[in-house]
Design a protein around this ligand. Structure first.
Ligand code: PEP
Ligand code: MG
Length: 759
């Protein structure tokens, strides 16, 4: 069975033309399950319509022509119920409906299985049999497995259809759905920044002319040969001779007589170089893996490794030689800080990150930089997004592929409305944030990707509420030295002289990786993150603290904040190390006779791991302040990985549980007299800021892009109304109920502008 499944899915994904792929799929299924007819219908879930797209057994002329509603016929019933349906005599069934064009009245047995993706129905696979037949359990299970395996490929049918828009809904063929990473509209040309391309990223493609493709392939072979020679030299002293022989095997595999001729043959049949390589390599791997001889089976690994190197030369490396487009839409499997740093900010119009979700760090970076972003376009073959025109709709989380003029015009209009609203916010904002009744809220910024001194001045912010020091570490090829860190921190503290700057100690792990210190774990968000890592490496922690303390000598505005604390012991240990670093710096200054006063920084913690909520009373006397990291607190309270787009819809800081926890923290910290702010993304969301204000928080920290939006909304909101809103939402059981109540309040206070798409 497994082999059959593999063969059928393999045939399907290998075929670049969707109609042919579907035609081969129905024939394969029909043959494999020994039935008289197999058909596939694709759905438009919004309009609740199904269209016959392929059949082996019904009237072929009906393909593309027959459309049925979900409430029509047995096939419609499968879509409507979202589950398999078996009927042994379809013609007698109450839901049977005659569609004359498809000529199915000779069939009696029926099995229909829905194709589901992210709770949406994408289509139906149906089997029919002339005589009355009750399809077996195993047959049903086989079809369900096949449908589940193919679902993500079907979800990307839109991409493959881009040259032949779907007549059911002409615009849907051009749109990909992810989640919103950062507000705004980006119109531009895509630029793939990618390091690790896998063959699963490659969708097969034919091209007009073979010669340039052959030249690309030969070029890649030469570059790969050079890499192998280089590797052989490097490893010569480290590996025994027989192990080095593997590099000879690699060189032989690159010979024309091995992979080479077959790849060239495929190119001559019209395939592009990347597709040709994929076809040949996958065939070889499948053959090797089938062998009984374990030695030969092992060779599949070598073919995989070698072909990945070839692929890299054919894609990313070749790409780097292309110049970056003027309005670049950055495309990457996972966008990182260093990728963004390599491209001038004014050349980036948008970001598309295949992996991630709303509060992944890629999204947080995009928001901080004010670059429209769509995140989590799962299952999209990334190479298909390269080098084409795109619109990134950061409001709705959609990406338009090669949009037509009408769509571009519409988005240009949205862009200018956006600009007009931004001007209005500037005009109408008060200097300082306060509610309509005059209750002051201190506004701080989240920073880390650069200096925001000027912006801070213009926005009248009162300091930095969260400085993410990890970006400084992520932009380098090694840990920054104490001296490098000191001068960096000194500049930030100097820019904000007279105002508090909360510097968070290194918070890597999870989805924040250092290129020179990779952490590979099964559950990275439950693993070696933040303070756990730095306490294990006091040499990294102490260097950072010493650099901060030295940088603070002139300005005395440093606050140190510890991330990912889950246990009071961690605070005690970190405080001991901070004291040690302080003593060391004091001694150093005395020895240098510098006469400088070495200030003791205030120490605080992030409240972002639920265990801390139940230990707040024990924090008294141990810390000077705390700040709620709603991004992680939401993830840990709801057990939803903030970086996993499969569960993105469950991640919601408006969840009543999250809000109840935040309210508990507000009340408890007030009771014990520890100042508490909020620096997670909820604070920068206008509705979130209203809720937090209503809970009694008077310090909010957010990215600079959100300051005016939050000030504008708060200015219209009387505190009493916000307090009532909080009482009301804490009674809710679902996030959508909370959202509804928040939005209703926004309308009632006359701040509807903030809710419109484009704002
Ligand atoms: C948070 O978790 O809310 C937070 C501010 O930290 P980060 O997003 O960097 O994990
Ligand atoms: Mg966090």
């Amino acid at each position: 069975m497994l082999d059959e499944l593999r063969r059928i899915t393999h045939n399907f994904v290998q075929e670049p033309n969707l109609d042919l792929a579907l035609a081969s799929l129905v024939s394969d299924i029909k043959f494999c399950l020994n039935t008289d007819c197999c058909s596939i219908y694709l759905a438009d879930p919004d309009q609740k319509l199904l269209r016959l797209k392929a059949t082996d057994g019904l009237n072929p002329d009906a393909v593309g022509q027959t459309i049925m509603r979900f409430d029509e016929g047995l096939t419609g019933w499968v879509a409507e119920r979202g589950e398999p349906i078996k009927v042994h005599n379809a013609l007698q069934h109450i839901r049977f409906k005659q569609f004359p064009t498809i000529e199915e009245d000779t069939y009696s047995g029926f099995l229909g299985v829905p194709i589901m993706h992210r709770r949406k129905i994408l289509g139906v696979i149906s089997l029919q049999q002339s005589e009355s037949r009750y399809f077996e359990q195993q047959e049903e299970a086989f079809l369900v497995t096949l449908s589940a395996q193919l679902a993500s490929t079907f979800a990307n049918v839109t991409l493959r259809l881009r040259s032949e828009p779907d007549e059911l809904n002409p615009q849907s063929a051009l749109v990909l759905q992810g989640v919103s990473g950062a507000r705004g509209v980006g119109i531009g040309h895509s630029y793939l920044v990618q390091t690790n391309i896998e063959f699963s990223d490659v969708s097969l493609k034919k091209v007009g002319s073979a010669e340039p493709e052959k030249a690309r392939y030969f070029n890649a072979v030469e570059n790969t040969r050079a890499d192998i020679i280089e590797m052989t030299k490097r490893m010569a002293n480290q590996l025994p001779k027989d192990a080095l022989a593997i590099f000879d095997v690699y060189q032989q595999l690159l010979e024309a007589a091995s992979l080479g001729n077959e790849v060239v043959d495929k190119i001559e049949q019209g395939w592009c170089a990347v597709s040709a390589l994929k076809i040949v390599v996958e065939k070889y791997i499948a053959e090797f893996e089938k062998m009984d001889d374990p030695y030969i089976r092992e060779r599949a690994v070598d073919v995989k490794d070698l072909s990945r190197r070839l692929l890299e030369h054919l894609t990313a490396k070749a790409h780097r030689e292309l110049s970056i487009p003027k309005s670049a839409i950055i495309i990457a499997e996972e966008v990182t800080a260093s990728m963004l740093a390599e491209i001038p900010r004014d050349q980036i119009s948008g970001i598309v990150s295949i992996k991630g979700a709303e509060n992944s760090h890629a999204a947080i970076m995009a928001r901080a930089l004010g670059i429209p972003a769509v995140i989590g376009l799962r299952d999209v073959p990334i190479l298909q997004l390269d080098d084409i025109e795109l619109i990134v709709d950061g409001y709705n989380g959609t990406v338009f592929i090669t949009p037509n003029e009408a769509i571009v015009d519409e988005y240009r209009k949205l862009e200018s409305e956006d600009k007009a609203f931004a001007d209005l916010l500037k005009k109408e904002s008060n200097e300082f944030a306060q509610t309509q009744c005059g209750r002051r809220i201190s506004m701080y910024i989240n920073s880390g990707m650069g200096f925001e001194g000027d912006i801070a001045e213009q926005l009248h912010i009162e300091g930095i509420g969260l400085y993410r020091t990890e970006y400084l570490f992520m932009m380098r090829q090694r840990f920054p030295s104490e001296q490098e860190q000191q001068s960096f921190y000194q500049e930030v503290l100097g820019d904000f002289e007279g105002k508090p700057v909360v510097m968070r100690t290194l918070d890597v792990g999870g989805d924040k990786q250092l290129p020179y210190f990779p952490i590979v774990e099964d559950n990275p968000f439950l693993g070696w993150r933040g303070i756990r890592l730095t306490l294990d490496h006091s040499e990294i922690f102490l260097v950072q603290i010493r650099a901060m303390i030295k940088a603070n000598i002139l300005t005395n505005n440093l606050h140190i904040m510890l991330p990912m604390v889950s246990d009071i012991g961690e605070i005690e240990e970190a405080s001991r190390l901070i004291k040690q670093a302080h003593r060391e710096v004091e001694k150093e200054m005395q020895e240098a006779d510098a006469g400088a006063h070495v200030h003791k920084p205030k120490i605080g913690v992030m409240i972002e791991v639920p265990s801390m909520i139940f230990q707040l009373s024990k924090l008294k006397g141990k810390i000077d302040f705390c700040s709620i990291g709603t991004n992680d607190l939401t993830q840990y309270l709801l057990a939803v990985d903030r970086n996993n787009d499969k569960v993105a819809s469950l991640y919601d800081a408006y969840h009543p549980t999250v809000l109840t926890a935040i309210k508990m923290i507000a009340d408890e910290t007030k009771k014990i007299g520890i100042p508490c702010s909020v620096c997670g993304e909820l604070a920068g969301d206008p509705g979130g800021a209203m809720l937090l204000t209503g809970m009694g928080f008077d310090r909010l920290s957010m990215n600079t892009q959100n300051i005016l939006r939050v000030k504008w909304v708060l200015k219209k909101a009387p505190f009493k109304i916000l307090e009532t809103l909080v009482d009301d939402v804490l009674q809710c059981t679902r996030p959508d109920q909370v959202k509804f109540r928040v939005n209703r309040t926004i309308l009632n206070i006359g701040a509807a502008g903030i809710l419109r798409a484009g704002n």
